[in-house]
Design a protein around this ligand. Sequence first.
Ligand code: IVH
Length: 713
Amino acid sequence: MTLSKTDIKNRAPVETLTEDQAKDELAQLAKSLNAANHAYHTKDAPDISDADFDALKRRNAEIENRFPELKRADSPTDQVGGPIADGFTKVQHAVPMLSLGNAFNDENVAEFADRVRKYLGLTDSDPLSLVAEPKIDGLSLSLRYENGTLVQAATRGDGETGENVTANARTISDIPQRITGAPDILEVRGEVYMSHADFEALNQRQREIGEKTFANPRNAAAGSLRQLNSNITKDRPLRFFAYAWGELSAPLAETQSGAIARLTELGFATNPLTKTVDGLEPLLAHYRMIEENRVSLGYDIDGVVYKVDHLDLQRRLGFRSTTPRWAIAHKFPAELAWTQLNAINIQVGRTGALSPVARLEPVTVGGVVVSNATLHNEDYIAGRAGDGSALRDGRDIRVGDWVQIYRAGDVIPKVKDVDIKRRPADAMPYVFPKTCPECGSDALRESGDAVHRCTGGLICPAQAVERLKHFVSRAAFDIDGLGAKQVEQFHTDGWIATPADIFTLRDRFGSGLQQLKNREGWGEKSAVKLFDAIDDKRTIPLNRVIFSLGIRHVGESAANTLAQHYVSWAQFAVAMDAALVGEGDVWDDLINIDGVGHVMAASLITTFQQPAERTSIDALIAQLTVQDIAAPKVVDSPVVGKTVVFTGTLEKMTRAEAKSRAEALGAKVAGSVSAKTDLLVAGPGAGSKAKKAADLGIETLDEDGWLALIGDA
Ligand code: IVH
């Protein structure tokens, strides 16, 4: 039986339910809601209305709130993927989906191999097995199997949270719905892609029915997987290669190659060009073999991925912030093409930098039509390198010239070279503007800086818009429904000028909803959704707030580092107010943070101490609840919060490994012994640090003692 909203209305108020009644009702609700979910997602045939679904879900949540201990393992509250009208539900990845560092030439690969050896303390003659496999140019997908059944498929998203595309993934024939002999929980990760033949046929069909065609197979695959209507996905011939995994209830194997073999046995498509080799030479030989066969594979690849084979070594190597130390992508060389330069436009960025953009006669570079490319700065156009030496033998670039375009992966295409022989007779040298084309303020180029900057600050509309775009970007506030396009529109209409305005939009309008929903492209539902999405981000972690301010030289990883150090907004702001550039304790404390240099520190302080900037920042903070950064999550570590110093020779691991293991367990690793040190780990040959620790009465352990302490002897 399917329950409806009316059934719910007639039920006893939740406050009056007995425990037994609550339990029965939760069971009934789970059944109805899970069936509705299934009907919607797998059959694409919803059998109850959205309103009924919402009413059931609310009742379920109310009962769970009153009787938390009765919450079921299959509680519909935790099921991502309810009936959704205009967007995918979000999925929090149990294990983050990371990306890969890149190598662009053989030398970079050798450096990678050296780094791995050094980290593990291996010599050049010790064996080191690596797996090499094609890097598929598609989009990554995580498939979750519970007891052999596919229960969820999610895109990578920002690596932490992806989109629930389960219904669509079920239409891909390479993806098994059921598997036998697998661990109870198995998340298989891999790449969804489209073959060249299927891509051509799809574009042909699109043309015939007057629909838009896709620029390349990857866009076609992404567009097809991210269809809200899974019937459309079903008609798009997508494929899948498995190459990694997320959460597991039991290991798949002891090696990467073993795990891939196991996934093949379980029924997943794995890439036939996957090979295990020992050493750099055979690794590069496999790369060349794949590169030679690239054109005949029938699908796009953009490089070769190398992974350390032994999983215990992978575990020891661990991760940097978003990439594993045990793997790297060796990218194929960039693609090139010649075309004519029609114009040079100047774009003003969020920090006021004037960037020259080449407007080109459209040209296909590596399967993508390119009509814009970056020209970097004044010197680059004039044929000068940063140090004043000649670039391109001193050849400048002029409007009307034939230029060579360079495109590597997803990066913005660049103008690489110019063919002077084909230069039109009337082509004039390009004169870089001295004023901002957007606000007319002076555009100054400071000595030692390659870039002209608009001095208009917040009065420059281009800077204001770019800052707002940065503010809502994925790693910053990431507000659903408020992307670059909407921000631009709202700014043009005078609705928002600074980030704080986003949060006062609804109140300022009183009738904000009315105005928004009457506007083209917006309806009542999307307007309500937008205001909810904005409210949703009023509570936000410190690192995102710091990054969102768009301060020059403060990128995502610097923002994380600063947030970890200062923990709360209050402490961060106090430091920024008190700091003096180049002197004093607060300055010293700031530049002593690993990853913060003088330039970044000065940029932070001067931004905070400019009155207009500060007013804008304070107005924003007044709208928010900024969450403190908790110490890294660690379970039961005896060294959480302790300051540890390593000295002398470590025999079982390298210093780098010791440091990152200690940090992963919540300890701080310092370079010198002081009264703040909690523990000294001293190997053979320890000298003055051991003596100082003894003088200060600081606990000292040898390497084995340390390993025993952290439970890894
Ligand atoms: S391994 C922890 N192997 O490349 C490392 N990734 O640039 C997980 N990709 O996000 C990735 N082919 O979407 C891996 N054979 C392969 C791959 C591959 C394509 C994609 C993947 C990843 C991106 C990183």
